[in-house]
Design a protein around this ligand. Structure first.
Ligand SMILES: C[S@@+](CC[C@H](N)C(=O)[O-])C[C@H]1O[C@@H](n2cnc3c(N)ncnc32)[C@H](O)[C@@H]1O
Length: 257
């Protein structure tokens, strides 16, 4: 899957807000390394640098464009290319911070459980994942992909996004060995100029698995068919704008002293 920093950053403020909310739930930490997992273009990393200082923070990502953009933005920070499915911190961490990445990592629950074992006493694993697969924005992707002209290319598109684990499963798997778990949802309502803006938003994230496999000649046709569905599902408000409803799941796991 290709990631474009410029496309992602078209909605930087809205995308960074859950990272702020997640960081606000992180208590005082022990001394030690801080990792931004799936750091993207460095927007979430910048929040960590502000609170903990650049010297403590390492950003991890797989996308070259994201890593290059993050390194330009935060030249005093360390950025590493690594796949979170198998990545391991060099030493136990004070904070493993992951805003909007684990929905892209298979076997999410097991990876989170494995990471939760790599915390210092008092350390925290803090995760936010979009929980929006049943929203019209994502149902419309699947409906469009099922059209005869697109279906042959998109059999696997849906499988790239991992459904968010149920809160109950998170507690059952992670609240062990003296770890304190908190799970909550926040539903954001983003007013956007029009239906096209919703399409632009998801082009930076959720729509990529549906656009990347298509032959170039079909990309515009898919985008148009998707846009029509979005326009139906997100009618204008009285001021002409549309409202993108966006549920997100938050998780913190703290290793007690
Ligand atoms: C939606 S962006 C999140 C960026 C940023 N953390 C934020 O708060 O907005 C997700 C990032 O996760 C990265 N990513 C996706 N799968 C990954 C994996 N398996 N290992 C490491 N990074 C991954 C992508 O390259 C992308 O930069």
């Amino acid at each position: 899957m290709t990631w474009s920093a410029a496309q992602y950053l078209k909605f930087e403020d809205q995308r960074t807000r859950p990272a702020c909310d997640l960081l606000a739930a992180v208590p005082d930490l022990p001394d030690g390394p801080v990792y931004d997992l799936g750091c993207g273009p460095g927007n979430s990393t910048a929040l960590l640098v502000e609170r903990f200082g650049a010297g403590r923070v390492t950003g991890i990502d797989t996308a070259p464009d994201m890593l290059a953009t993050a390194a330009r933005r935060l030249p005093d920070c360390r950025f590493l290319s690594a796949d979170l499915a198998s990545w391991e911190p060099e030493a136990p961490a004070a904070l493993l911070f992951a805003n909007a990445v684990f929905q892209w990592v298979p076997d999410t629950l097991e990876v989170l459980a494995w990471l939760a074992e790599r915390l210092l006493p008092g350390g925290v694993l803090a995760v936010q994942m979009p929980d929006n697969l049943t929203e019209p924005s994502h149902a419309a992707m699947r409906e469009t992909a099922a059209e005869v002209r697109f279906a042959p290319y998109l059999a696997d598109a849906e499988k790239l996004r991992t459904p968010v684990p149920q809160p109950r499963r998170l507690f059952e798997r992670l609240a062990q060995d003296g770890r304190q778990v908190d799970v909550w949802h926040t539903v954001y309502n983003h007013p956007l100029p029009d239906a096209d803006a919703i399409v632009e938003w998801v082009k930076g994230t959720g729509l990529r698995p549906f656009l990347d496999p298509l032959p170039a000649a079909l990309v515009a046709a898919f985008t148009d068919a998707y846009r029509e569905r979005i326009a139906q599902s997100y009618p204008p408000m009285t001021d002409g704008r549309v409202l993108l409803r966006f549920p997100r799941l938050f998780l913190t796991v703290r290793r007690m002293e």
